[in-house]
Design a protein around this ligand. Sequence first.
Ligand code: GRG
Length: 292
Amino acid sequence: MDFLFEFEKKINLTEQYLSKYFMENDNHQKAIYEAMKYSLLSGGKRIRPVLTLSCCELFGGGEEVMPFACALEMIHAYSLIHDDLPCMDNDDLRRGKPTNHVVYGEAMALLAGDGLLTRAFEVALTNSELLPNITVDALKLLSAAAGTEGMIGGQVIDMESEEKDIDSVTLMTMHLHKTGALIMAAAKIGALIGGATKEDILKMESFSRYLGIAFQIKDDILDVEGNEELLGKPVGSDKINHKTTFVTLYGIEQAKKMLEDYTLKAIEVISEYGEKADFLKEFSNYLLSRDR
Ligand code: GRG
């Protein structure tokens, strides 16, 4: 299997679907669609939809998962818009471009985030061929991951930790929610729609929990050692904002060791599926060595 070729194919499919959902907007709502598209169609790595699709394929599914895969990416895009707002992290740059509120103003950025979140659920429901019980279960996973027991819950821990030294348990809990929840939902929804059993879905949960933590550790390392041009945002922001990260808590060398350990654990879980899981194994390694 040529990993980069397969990866590119999955990214292209995601781009096609995402654009399709935003084609017909030459009407009086033009302004909000422009702001939504600015953040949704602007060079994200598409990790969540690619994970959703590949986990679906692992169990024999395919393109039928794309509405849910895109819904996850839309929720991710909304979280980035809101996270950059002046009342949150107040960031001016993301993916090498001015943030949404810098271009469209705070009020429109707020609405663009709200619009993406709401539209995500509409988009998720566009595949009427899925069995109703599968759709309902996938929606439960999606909404729980986005909400107060998931990503929002993690953001609240983050806000309450500002300017404080937090311990390793709080740091882990925060990231399992803030970053991990959507990544875990991607893997589980993909598996569910692909036809996985309950037992398989539990395995995918374990796999994606390790992967989500590894993803965040890498993010913290990149904030120290990354290249600003490749990242499209300034490095060192965690230090400036006095944030506790895997690097500040454990040191850079230990953080790198943890990144490798969590990635290996993820790969170990998925290895049970043999060659069928080759893409996911390579994908885990790609996340470990990524430079943006
Ligand atoms: C709803 C305000 C609000 C926040 C929710 C997820 C989140 C909390 C905020 C987003 C900011 C952030 C730094 C989250 C941590 C997860 C993370 C590393 C996001 C970046 O994801 P990538 O690297 O982004 O997949 P791209 O740009 O590739 O799409």
